[in-house]
Structures are given as structure tokens and as C-alpha cells.
Design a binder for this molecule. Sequence first.
Ligand code: GLA
Length: 377
Amino acid sequence: MRKQGWIVVLILLTLLGCQTKEQPVHTLKEALKDHFFMGVAVNAWQTKGTDTAAHELITSHFNSLVAENCMKSERIQPREGEFNFDEADEFVAYAEANGMHIVGHTLVWHSQAPRWFFFDETGNLVSAEVLTERLKTHIHTLVGRYKGRVHGWDVVNEAINEDGSYRESLFYQILGEDYIRLAFQFAREADPDAQLYYNDYNTMKPEKREGIYQMVKKLQDEGYRVDAIGMQCHLIMNFPSIEETEAAIVRFSELGDVMVTEMDLTILPWPSERLSADISMNYAADPKYNPYPETLSDSASVAWNNRMMDFFNVFIKHSDKITRVTMWGLTDAHTWRNNWPIRGRKDYPLLFDRENQAKPVVESIIKAALNQQSTIH
Ligand code: GLA
């Protein structure tokens, strides 16, 4: 009898053991670990660690972090020679404490850049020599400070127009294409081991895609190191198509790694008027532009989850080319989409809702990631 008792105990223990082994994988980063880094852009409240619900989500689902704002030039060097690293230091320390892959964003961007960068005391554009010196100091100081800690940098952001030509930013007006060469050169000097990226939006538009491709190819042919092209992926419901997305991934992969760097998918209608920047709250009061001021309708939710999944299916399919997919924010409560291009709307563009709950697509992504693995291995 005693022996039988032990056998029962052993059988039970074995069953329990099996159960533990077969526990379903519940998090994005675990499911996707053989495919690509799963990243998220974080804000200062989150890296302070006071929002414990956010901390829980960040650390269970993501293994790569980028700072939403604190490493942009207007924040890092608001006045010439006055560097402000407080939030950036906090961001890097938070990421390190949680064992994350770290992306620095962004060294050279025409937007959210301080005006002093481009002008002298009399209000005239500075010379090519002065701008070169300023770029060098900025990049060397910032990249140098986090040498060996930040794994990759968005070196140049948004240099190409929709038609594939160079954006006539102040950097371009003063230095021509050279500002891009210099940026990659200075970043490489400051941390030879960091990965260096070119990053842009609407990368799926064929003309823009080719403009980016040709620019990066030229840099590489000249001996500059560009390790990856970042596709921002700020998506809307009717652009881009999955086919165009796939074509861009394949095309860019000819030159190096591909990264999805700033993904979000707005459910809100794009205003028909041509908009340049934030426009007034009056638009937000118009149901035509703000159709879900309380909650998302079921049909909109299904459409959104399906479209998000279509993109992730493509990313998983091409995970031999894609090394990282980063969401531009954690939950719908804090997303720039609530305020752009119209201020004060209620959008639903991210993987977690305002109550920190995973949307249905999260479970689908996890399943798709694991299925793909089982068919491959
Ligand atoms: C661009 C920038 C990001 C962010 C988004 C929207 O894509 O690269 O840093 O500012 O716009 O806010």
C-alpha cells in the first residue's frame, strides 16, 4: 500500500512537472524572442518607475526601449553648450536595470531641434564650418556619454521627401547631403561599436522607398556604415498596403537590417484638409473627426485588430530581415496620436488599452510567433 501511495505521488508530481513545462507563453517578448526584439517607446514618468502598472507591462512584454523625447536635440542641448542629461540618464539606467536592448533617438532631425543650431547671434544662417562643428560636438557628447551602453542610434531622422528627393531642412540648406555623411561619421567616431540607423516615415511609398534606398546605398558605397533602415510605421487604416510594406522590407534588407521603429495604427479618420501641424480642438468636437469619444465600436475594434495582425504576420514572415519591432508608446492613454494631427481626440493606436489591458491582437501575435517557430524547427 505504502509503495502504491508513493507511485501515485510520483505520477502526480510528473504530471505537475509536465504542466509547468507546457505553460503557454503569455508575453510578446518571450513569444517573439527568436524573431526580433520587441520594443516600446517610453516617457519620463515610466522610466522614473512610479507607474507600477506600466512597469509591469514594459518588463513583461518588451526587451528593447527607446526614449520618446528626452534624447532629442532640443532636450539634450537646449542652448549651445548647455547639456541636460537628467532624463536621458534616467532612461538609460532604467533600461539597464531591466536588462533591455537600448536605442538612442535621435541625433539629427530637422524637427524638435533648437534654433540656435542653425543661426548666429545676428539671426543669419551659420556657415557650413560652424554647423559641422556644432554637429560634431552634439553627437560626440551625446553618443560618447552612453558609449557601450546604448546599443544603436537613430543617427539621421526623416531626411527624404515623399518623392524621394532630399528634404530641404536647415541642415540640408547649410551642408547639403554632407550633413548625413558627417552625422554617421561623428556617431561612429563616438562609439565604434554602436549600431547606426537611418530612420523615416512613409517608407512604404515606392518613390520615398527608392529615395531612401539610393541614399543609404550611396553612403555605404562611400564607406559609411549604416547598419539598419528604420521604418517608423505610423500607420493609418487605409495606408500603406501590406504588399507595399512587404516590398519595402525586402528592398531595404538588401542593404542591412530592417527595423520597425515607431509603430502605431490610428483608427481615426485622417482630416481631408491639408494639415501642417496640430490643429484646433474645434475639430476634436466634430464627430466626423472624433468618432469614438467614449469607446471603440466593436466593428472598429475588429478592423483595427485585424489590420495590426496583418502587419505582424508580415514582420514574423520576414523575421530573418527584421531585427526589432518597436511600438511608439505603451497604452492608448499616452500616445501622441491623441493630439496629432488634431488636438484632443481619442485614439486607440497601441497594443494595450487605457486600462493597461492587452488587446486581442496581442494573443494573436503570440500565437503566430509560436506557430511560425514550430513550422520552422
Ligand atoms: C517622428 C519622430 C518621433 C516622434 C513621432 C511622433 O516619427 O521620429 O520621435 O516625435 O514623430 O511624435
